[in-house]
Design a binder for this molecule. Structure first.
Ligand SMILES: *Cc1c(COP(=O)(O)O)cnc(C)c1O
Ligand SMILES: [Zn+2]
Length: 422
């Protein structure tokens, strides 16, 4: 592939241009940098036919991902199921509902494999041998797994107190996992210092402009699997606020390239936990600036970023597209996880509960329409957040290995056999 497709980096505030290097902020105003593409060149080589002819991985859209050569990391990532969710639709009272299920993304069971595939492929291109990340959990596992497969050394920094499944799910790959006393914002600040001091490639620090582009692949896949159209509504969980913007950017790029028909009029809805709601609070109070949450406190730990890097842009996008944002408490999060599991057979992590419960809340408010097509983005796997459920879900009834014991249970209609509610 030619290296002219992604031509450089550009400041999102002042527009200053930078070469493609490991830098995430503008040296003039500290604005975030974003990858710039030559869309005429992309249009000359990318079409529906070309996409369809390629293997079902996120790399089928590679002209719109900022890698110059062939990708080298995360070759099997993406193309997760877009599930038509009729039973959940009925429960929520909506017409046409889909679940984009990144709970089963390869290899680490979250949407983070998309961003890591791009960031580490770029890290290899730029010559890094040591990589790392600041993580709320899923990024840890994804960087550790993909770095192991690529033979890169990895330093994974996490806030202490993360779920065991997330910690084990990074350590198993042989990465150096370091828990930092404090919350994600403390971890992130430390990682910025480490990345620049040691000259390592931190996927969501100095490689962030490339990393963030990986999220677009989720949007490309949604549009393709809907039969080459953008949905009317998307509900996406927000941590740093990057994913929601990149989903929308994906639809707009497909429109610009004539891959889908315009005009794209998707309304973007953002979901957060009430215990860490800096972006939804910004939207709901019609504020211009994002007020950081100093002490996040929620079971949705993967979304617990108190000072979101892309919070400003996410809140602007939500407003501009006619969407909205809401947040839900821990009890509603668990209820959302259960509803998704019981209606669609999909066990999402706590962030998935946030998405479902926020969708429900927005429907009740009339902010989210019951008509048209709606996609719920499920971004992580329930196996990794078992702590959130363990005290809230009924334990199995124990019986002797005797048919009479079982029959007695069925006869009395033991509630645990009928419904799992505690
Ligand atoms: C990282 C993450 C998100 C959202 O990330 P952004 O920082 O907003 O791009 C959503 N869900 C899960 C499970 C995540 O791990
Ligand atoms: Zn700038």
């Amino acid at each position: 592939m030619s290296d002219e497709l992604a031509s450089g980096l550009k400041c999102r505030l002042c527009g200053k241009l930078y070469p493609k290097e490991a830098l995430n902020f503008c040296t003039d105003d500290f604005g975030p940098l974003e990858v710039v593409y030559d869309y005429d060149a992309v249009a000359a080589s990318l079409s529906r036919e070309v996409i369809r002819s390629r293997p079902r991985t996120m790399w089928r859209y590679r002209e719109l991902l900022p890698i110059d050569g062939e990708p080298t990391v995360g070759l099997h990532v993406g193309c997760t199921p877009l599930v038509r969710a009729d039973r959940l639709a009925k429960a929520l009272g909506v017409e046409e509902l889909y679940v984009k299920n990144d709970a089963v993304n390869h290899p680490s069971l979250s949407f983070k494999d998309r961003v890591v595939a791009v960031a580490l492929s770029k890290a290899v291109e730029l010559g890094f041998r040591t990589v790392g990340c600041a993580s709320t959990g899923n990024l840890a596992g994804s960087v550790a797994a993909n770095a192991a497969a690529a033979g890169l050394d990895a330093y994974i920094l996490i806030p202490d107190g993360l779920e065991q499944g997330k910690v084990l799910g990074a350590t198993i790959y042989g990465a150096r996992v370091i828990a930092v006393e404090g919350n994600y914002d403390h971890v992130n600040r430390l990682c910025s210092q480490i990345a620049f001091k040691f000259g390592w490639g931190f996927v969501n620090v100095n490689l962030r402009p490339f990393y963030a582009e990986g999220s677009k692949s989720m949007g490309f896949e949604i549009a393709e699997d809907l039969g080459w159209r953008a949905p009317d509504n998307v509900v996406a969980p927000m941590a740093g606020g990057s994913l929601i913007g990149k989903l929308y950017k994906a639809f707009k790029e497909f429109e610009q390239l004539g891959i889908i028909d315009g005009p794209v009029s998707t309304k973007m809805f953002g979901a957060q936990a009430t215990g860490c709601n800096p972006i939804s609070n910004t939207v709901k109070t019609d504020a211009l600036k994002v007020k950081p949450v100093r002490n996040p406190n929620t079971i949705a730990k993967s979304l617990a970023i108190g000072d979101p890097a892309d919070g400003y842009f996410a809140s602007q996008l939500i407003r501009e597209t006619g969407g909205w944002s809401e947040d839900v408490d821990d009890e509603a999060i668990v209820a959302g996880m259960r509803l998704l599991a019981e209606t669609e057979g999909i066990w999402a992590e706590t962030a998935g509960g946030v998405t479902v419960a926020v969708a429900q809340k927005l429907l009740a408010q009339g902010r989210l329409s019951r008509d048209g097509s709606t996609v719920l983005c499920i971004t992580g796997n329930g196996l990794k957040t078992q702590e959130a459920l363990i005290e809230r879900i009924a334990k199995p009834i124990v019986i002797k290995p005797k048919l009479e014991d079982f029959e007695a249970l069925v006869e009395i209609g033991a509630p645990e056999l009928v419904a799992s509610a505690v």
